[in-house]
Design a protein around this ligand. Structure first.
Ligand SMILES: CC(C)(COP(=O)(O)OP(=O)(O)OC[C@H]1O[C@@H](n2cnc3c(N)ncnc32)[C@H](O)[C@@H]1OP(=O)(O)O)[C@@H](O)C(=O)NCCC(=O)NCCS
Length: 264
């Protein structure tokens, strides 16, 4: 296992940490490709919503790359999802090598997010949390927001790329992960588990309401002892100017996050 992850994303691969859990998870299909009795490739399929299969953890051992193993594994996964009756397959990747392969197998890009960062700021109140009951109204507003389209209508969270709809907002609000600006005119979805920075995986709204919200996120980072905020948002996000206005910058050296979808 460690051999397969060596050299992936400068040694920051998450797979060694989740391996045992993945092997045991009955809700997902974890698959290995073998050659001469050695595991040379891994991948996992996991249902994340009605009709939606999530594809994750594709790895081919460095010693066995560029021989068609990755593509053969992906094709196998697509066939499996299709034969199980799923309508869509989605994936999230921080890598660029596999993009051409996903496109050539029919996937379309849902989002291409850069990382926008700002350091923490001391001294004022964090943003308001949405209540689960706010979800239908927020979802209706978000669906009309120009930001919705640049995210491909989904939340850019590496764990599960889900539609940003009332059901998701209700669940995330219940978990305390939805931040809202004045009168719901801006919205940020927070991902739990940020170790250095407060991670935001979806941002909608514009103007003063959005500026206030992303500024308040900097206060929140301070309040919870994180170094700052990291917002995943496309470079052409409609509120890019608003983010810059309140101190956010594109982290040019941090790479991008990509979401893909295949209609099965
Ligand atoms: C991406 C990865 C799984 C590809 O495995 P592989 O067995 O080498 O892939 P294949 O030989 O089947 O190649 C499939 C296609 O991927 C693309 N590709 C693979 N490696 C590439 C590279 N280094 N640079 C550019 N494109 C690359 C090409 O489009 C290739 O098609 P082609 O050979 O017809 O040009 C492997 O490089 C890997 O494990 N990388 C690290 C983890 C990762 O990025 N996983 C995918 C996202 S979760």
């Amino acid at each position: 296992m460690r051999e397969i992850s060596t050299g992936v994303w400068e040694g920051t691969d998450y797979l060694p940490d989740t391996f045992e859990e993945w092997v045991q998870d009955p809700g997902a299909s974890f698959q290995a490709a073998e050659e001469d009795g050695l595991v040379v490739g891994l991948q996992r399929l996991r249902p994340i919503a009605a009709g939606v299969m999530f594809y994750e953890g594709l790895r081919v051992a460095e010693t066995h790359r560029r021989r068609g193993i990755g593509r053969a594994m992906l094709r196998h996964a697509i066939e499996e999802a299709r034969s199980l009756g799923f309508e869509r397959m989605r994936l999230y990747t921080g890598g660029t090598e596999a993009g051409a392969m996903f496109s050539s197998e029919g996937f379309r890009l849902l989002f291409d997010c850069a990382v926008w960062t700002a350091s923490r700021v001391e001294g004022a109140d964090p943003p308001r949390l949405a209540a689960p009951g706010d979800a239908p109204a927020l979802a209706a507003r978000v669906a009309e927001d120009p930001a919705f389209a640049v995210y491909g209508g989904v939340n850019a969270s590496w764990h599960e790329v889900l539609d940003v709809d009332a059901a998701l907002l209700e669940r995330l609000a219940a978990e305390g992960l939805v931040r809202v600006g004045v009168q719901g005119r801006a919205l940020a979805l927070v991902r739990p588990g940020g170790r250095r920075r407060l991670p935001v995986t979806f941002l909608a709204g514009a103007g003063a309401a959005l500026q206030d919200l992303v500024e308040e996120l900097r206060f929140e980072a301070d309040a919870v002892g994180l170094g700052g905020v990291a917002i995943l948002a496309p470079e052409r996000h409609p509120a890019a100017g608003d983010m810059r206005e309140v101190g956010y910058d594109l982290a040019e050296d941090e790479g991008h996050a990509y979401g893909y979808q295949l209609d099965l």
